[in-house]
Design a protein around this ligand. Structure first.
Ligand code: NAD
Length: 524
């Protein structure tokens, strides 16, 4: 149990102090951080574990965002002049801090977001990994040299820092998504403002607080290099609208992305959109049944169905469908559902009642559309009356009806059948989202076709693994209403820089491109 002085950080007049609030406060002490200057009464943060309040915070206003943008622009003017490998040094130091405090950060993340500890540790590891990736990148921000059509001319592309990054993130990956964008943007020479989800601001204050400390200790880092705007959609809108924010990276629902995209486009800003998915896996007759089962169960139920890459649709060949569904139902029944802080737990709580109501509404609609529902009910956990724990649901669907085409952010796995691979691919592609997809098959023709232009239309195309759990090296993101953005991995760093194409003439004449003649009579 934690020391009473930690408990005192949360204003006792406003909130009852729960053991989880004390634990969350204690992690800040371990990190050498405090959120005292953020205390207020605008935003109460709850733990999904038992619904208890963790803290009450003051929200930033659009006026505060204005001031942050001004500070960020000043920081950018200095930071862009620091050589990229020295910018990488800041990220290296930050990564070392996160590594040192991995356990405390994982615990805080689990308390505030509700994902099981092993997944929370995985998310913190992802932050550490992306720091290392960004440090390596800081020496590799190279452009091309292109063959010029003119003699004694050199044609080169340079990549320069872009400006202020405004990063809006979702509750379900409260640290990793920020780190994907911010660490890469930092080595690219940008400054950043982070608008985390209003459901997970404490995790944001902890991760950004460690970065601020690393920056304070690094004499090349200007003040206000990375700032946090705590607030709801109004804060996000202020960032999206602000002409001083060069890049808006927005991760969240399609509805949010539609609003942000239009605002940023309206001022000719750059946006990187990572929006909702509705991911499917095809189980072919040749699939290894155990592999497919394990892959499907983790992808469908991990993070309680609250990953953007969660498996939501299973398309199983008719010849194996009934047997596969029976095994799925039996395996779902063995899942241990409970506190995410218990190492034995497979599935923690949903984030809140809104998510639970959304899940129940979707199951009702699925029944109306002919679905047979297995599971999906709320579970009462002792001592967690206000936590929303559910048994993940399997829904056998007669066809890909309206509800199957929607992303419900909860553990619901719709199962459909197919006869031919063409039919399966058409079902897979037959939704508006285009994030992640997979096929389980031992038939090389099927596997290759699925990855080809005739196959999946998603940004992520997997063979013999589930739809979730991407590695950081590959470009991450999706097509169609998923937004088309690639926030990190591969050459996504180019999103955080601007390109300049330079032509240098080192000859004594001035030939024009495309052979254009423009002879002038000039007196010597
Ligand atoms: P959400 O859209 O409700 O909120 C996401 C963020 O956007 C929050 O910070 C919120 O305050 C802000 N926001 C909401 N409306 C806004 C607006 N109009 N203008 C500016 N900002 C606004 O999403 P959520 O419930 O936090 O997260 C779940 C969603 O995020 C799911 O759809 C999931 O698929 C998606 N997601 C996608 C990815 C990806 O990489 N594609 C990753 C994680 C989550």
């Amino acid at each position: 149990m934690n020391a009473p002085e930690n408990i005192a950080k949360i204003p006792s007049t406003a909130l009852p102090v729960s053991p989880l609030a004390a634990q969350a406060a204690s992690t800040f002490d371990q990190l050498g951080l405090s959120f005292d200057d953020r205390l207020g009464s605008d935003l109460t943060v709850f733990s999904p574990i038992d619904g208890s309040p963790l803290a009450a915070l003051r929200m930033d206003t659009p006026g505060d965002v204005d001031a942050m943008v001004a500070n960020a622009r000043t920081a950018f003017a200095a930071w862009k002049l620091v050589p990229a490998p020295h910018r990488g040094e800041l990220v290296r130091r930050y990564g070392a801090q996160v590594r040192e405090h991995k356990e405390a950060l994982s615990l805080l993340l689990s308390i505030e977001n509700g994902k099981i500890l092993t997944e929370a540790r995985g998310e913190v590891q992802e932050v550490i990994d992306i720091c290392e990736y960004a440090v390596g990148l800081s020496r590799q921000l190279f452009g091309l040299t292109i063959a010029s059509e003119r003699p004694e001319h050199r044609l080169t592309e340079y990549w320069h820092p872009m400006g202020v990054l405004g990063l809006i993130s979702a509750f379900n990956f409260p640290a990793a998504v920020w780190a994907w964008g911010t660490t890469v943007a930092l080595v690219c020479g940008d400054s950043a403002i982070w608008k985390p989800s209003e459901k997970t601001p404490l995790t944001a204050l902890a991760f950004a607080g460690l970065l601020a400390k690393a920056a304070d200790d690094y004499d090349l880092a200007p003040n206000h290099l990375v700032q946090v705007a705590i607030g709801d959609a109004r804060c996000g809108t202020a960032i999206a609208d602000h002409p001083g924010v060069a890049i808006v990276s927005a991760t969240g629902s399609v509805r949010m992305g539609q609003d942000v995209a239009v605002r940023v486009a309206g001022r000719f800003g750059r946006s990187v959109l990572e929006l909702g998915g509705n991911n499917a896996a095809i189980i072919a007759p040749s699939a290894d049944p155990d592999l497919a089962l394990r892959g499907a169960v983790f992808a469908a139920t991990g993070t309680c169905g609250q990953r953007c890459t969660t498996l939501r649709r299973l398309i199983v060949h008719h010849s194996i469908r009934d047997a596969f569904v029976q095994r799925l139902i039996a395996t779902f029944a063995t899942l241990r559902i409970g506190s995410p802080l218990d190492d034995a737990t497979h599935v923690g709580p949903l984030i809140d009642q809104i998510a639970f109501d959304g899940m129940q509404g979707a199951l009702e609609q699925a029944r109306r559309e002919g679905g047979i529902v297995h599971g999906g009910e709320r579970l009462d956990l002792a001592g967690a009356a206000d936590g929303y724990y559910v048994r993940p649901a399997i829904v056998e669907m007669p066809q890909q009806s309206a509800i199957v085409c929607e992303e419900t952010f909860a553990p619901i796995l719709y199962v459909m059948g197919y006869d031919t691979l063409d039919e399966a691919i058409a079902l897979q592609n037959g939704v508006s989202q285009g994030l992640s997809s997979s096929i389980f098959t031992n038939d090389v023709r099927e596997a290759e076709r699925f990855q080809s232009a005739q196959g999946s239309d998603c940004g992520i195309v997997n063979v013999n693994i589930g739809t979730s759990g991407a590695e950081i090296g590959g470009a991450f993101g999706g097509e169609k209403v998923t937004g088309g953005g690639r926030v990190s991995g591969s050459d996504s760093w180019k999103n955080y820089m601007r390109r300049a194409t330079a032509t240098v003439n080192y000859s004594a004449s001035l030939p024009l491109a495309q052979g254009v003649k423009f002879d002038l009579d000039i007196d010597p």
